[in-house]
Write a protein that binds this ligand. Structure first.
Ligand code: DUC
Ligand code: ZN
Ligand code: ZN
Length: 478
């Protein structure tokens, strides 16, 4: 009788700390042995010449998130997670978003309905808190945290989502009491509104003005304010989607003061610039996201932050809106002024190959840093490690087998999301995940799905060790 369900032989196994030549034995969906001459299995994969990495954990993506004003996200849990799997990602963490006036519990229940039976990779939920009422702060949030929703995002901009400073302080206080982690979208709402009004008054409404309405100073100011809140409450925070030098400098300053400020960046801040919003006609709308991409010099600042440990995680911020669609980038079928263009770009499937090619292949980060940024650290930060994010005995057999020599020209026609474009069309990359396994099952191979919708399971998150306060002050209960 065969000992194992699956053996992956002859691969180079890479974790956040080590690179070793060994075989991996899998049984019951978990890694049960690492070594040589491990015995026999019902199935085998020969990974000669390949890299075996922990599957990616994409800790910031938006799937089937309810939208206002007739807009609709292109990807649901099925198409989004198929795309993730084909790009080497085995866990996604999208957002259960509270609408103002709605209960947070209702948002979570609704989001489970959207995910169940559809996902092909495993998933957890962050919450978006847009209405921190007494009930939310005292009852819903603490009880949801205890049930495994241990991270939530707050917005400093967008009328339908933003919290004022006092509300953010209240949410941070609950996070501190419960041991949860708050992710902050840091842009100054009033400054954006003021600049947008002035640009519109001058008929400057084309997509490229989106970037001009959101200069780095307004990200810097909000980042600094968020850091101040973190200090007042004595609770770690994560600044999401950091775009360039100004916010990076604030985060470096806070770290030098000994604060636990985590930071995330995304492919758009390495591979796009504001000039991508300045394409002929209305095509720049394809690259409208917030904060906007900056310039080449800022891309280098982001690369430096990835290399020297400023950034803890690298996520896609996949926010999928079709270009040629009245529910997408052309609301109501119109080419609209930039303020009405839905924010976000697709990136679940291209996140890992882009960073691998230019980061590892380009000598900017090591292979082990690549694993840390894209898998191990997000798993740790959101309470999924060591089940997810590593290759170790007892961990889920979530693996991506990479061909480091495979050259691919990114074409939307070859991607699996439901969006009708990729901002990276025509980009040449070297290195591609050819086989992806979730809990020991091959879910994608050579760009073909091998699993059925519903293979993906919900993951309750533990309280993240990394989000523990430094206990420098009494933290909000002065
Ligand atoms: N923030 C996000 O995190 N995603 C898409 C748009 C935005 O503003
Ligand atoms: Zn955001
Ligand atoms: Zn996002």
């Amino acid at each position: 009788m065969k000992q194992f369900d699956l053996l992956i032989r002859n691969g180079t196994v890479v974790t956040a700390s080590d690179t070793v030549q060994c075989d991996i034995a899998i049984a019951g969906g978990r890694i049960v042995q690492l070594g040589h001459d491990l015995g026999s299995a019902r199935e085998e994969i020969d990974a000669s010449g390949k890299l075996v990495l922990p599957g990616g954990v994409d800790a910031h993506c938006h799937l089937d998130q309810p939208m206002p004003d007739g807009l609709k996200m292109a990807d649901d849990f099925e198409s989004g997670t198929i795309s993730a799997a084909c790009g080497g990602t085995t866990t996604v963490i999208p957002f259960a978003a509270q609408e103002k006036g709605e209960s947070l519990r209702a948002a979570v229940a609704d989001y489970h309905r959207r995910a169940e039976g559809r996902a092909v990779v495993d998933y957890a939920f962050h919450l978006i808190v847009s209405d921190p009422t007494e009930t939310v702060l005292r009852d819903e949030l603490p009880s949801l945290i205890r049930k495994g929703y241990t991270s939530f995002k707050v917005y400093m901009t967008y009328d339908d989502l933003k919290l004022n400073d006092r509300e953010i302080l209240d949410v941070l206080t609950v996070a501190r009491q419960e041991g949860a982690l708050v992710m902050i979208h840091a842009e100054n709402s009033d400054c954006i509104a003021w600049l947008t009004d002035r640009l519109e008054a001058e008929q400057k409404t084309a997509p490229r003005f989106h970037a001009i309405a959101r200069p780095m100073a307004i990200e810097r100011e909000a980042t600094h304010r968020a850091i101040t809140f973190s200090e007042l409450v004595d609770v770690p925070i994560l600044i999401v989607h950091v775009s360039g030098r100004e916010a990076v400098e604030q985060i470096r300053w806070s770290r030098a003061r000994g604060m636990k400020i985590f930071a995330e960046t995304c492919p758009q801040y390495l591979f796009l610039t504001a000039s991508d919003l300045d394409q002929p006609g209305y095509h720049g709308a394809k690259c409208v996201c917030s904060p906007p991409p900056r310039d080449r010099a800022n891309q280098e600042v982001i690369w430096d932050g990835l290399a020297d440990g400023l950034f803890t995680i690298f996520s896609s911020d996949h926010a999928p809106f079709r270009y040629d669609d009245p529910q997408g980038k052309q609301p109501g079928g119109q080419e609209v002024p930039f303020r009405y263009i839905p924010n976000g770009i697709p990136g679940l499937e291209t996140r890992l190959p882009l960073l691998f090619s230019e980061g590892v292949g380009g000598g900017r980060i090591s292979l082990n840093q690549f694993v840390a940024l894209t898998s191990t650290n997000p798993a740790k930060l959101y309470g999924l490690h060591p089940r997810k994010g590593t290759i170790a005995i007892g961990a889920d057999a979530d693996l991506a087998i990479w061909d480091p020599q495979r050259e691919v020209v990114i074409r939307n026609a070859d991607l699996h999301h439901a969006v009708d474009y990729t901002p990276y069309e025509g980009t040449r990359v070297k290195g591609w995940p050819v086989t992806t396994l979730v809990r020991g099952k091959v879910v994608a191979h050579e760009g073909k799905m091998q699993a059925t919708a519903g293979h993906g399971e919900f993951l309750p998150c533990a309280l993240p060790e990394m989000a523990k306060p430094r206990y420098r002050t009494s933290g909000g209960s002065l």
